[in-house]
Design a protein around this ligand. Structure first.
Ligand SMILES: [Zn+2]
Length: 181
């Protein structure tokens, strides 16, 4: 459940069967999150929030609601771009080098650019749209190479190198960017 609060912006409320008290934290998106016992009625959640404002202001770095909204809007645009571009690009490289993947998933993970499951599903982070093209292609070729090698063995890297001769440089440059959006 999401509570819209004039001071803290969107608050994520998680009803949790296991918790016995109300706890506040900051979610990965920078929003305030509340974990409450499953049976807590909404009016009590709001009352508790109101009586905890001072404590939250002091202890938790809630991002300003305007910043949250701006970031959400940016993320939406990025997602739209990713959904149009990445399937086309993945397909392009897969056809060119004869790879067969089952499906493409879009991810929003904060730490990974992409992954490849043994089922042949490739996940690509929408944050790839913020990267220069050679780095984006490197990530795609890296994940495609995992279809044949589910590890980072020397034969895996040899395959990456065949399709992206500058992969070492690209891999290093990638460390200057963060996948989180
Ligand atoms: Zn890998």
């Amino acid at each position: 459940m999401i509570l819209a609060d004039p001071e803290f912006g969107e608050i994520i409320v998680r009803k949790n069967a296991l918790s016995s008290s109300i706890k506040f934290s900051i979610s990965t998106s920078g929003r305030l999150a509340m974990s409450v016992p499953k049976s807590t009625p909404n009016f009590l959640i709001k009352r508790f929030l109101n009586s905890s404002r001072e404590q939250i202001r002091k202890k938790l770095p809630v991002k300003n609601p305007t910043t949250q909204r701006a970031r959400d809007a940016k993320k939406k645009i990025l997602e739209k771009k990713a959904k149009t571009y990445l399937p086309y690009r993945l397909d392009f490289w897969a056809k060119k080098y004869g790879y067969h993947y089952t499906r493409l998933r879009f991810s929003h993970a904060n730490t990974r650019w992409g992954s490849c499951a043994s089922t042949g599903t490739i996940s690509l982070n929408i944050g790839l749209m913020n990267l220069p093209e050679p780095l984006r292609d490197y990530v795609i070729l890296h994940e495609l190479a995992h279809i044949n090698h589910m590890d980072h063995s020397s034969s895996f890297w040899a395959e990456v190198a065949r399709h992206d001769p500058h992969y070492k440089r690209h891999r290093k440059a990638l460390k200057m960017f963060s996948p989180g959006v």
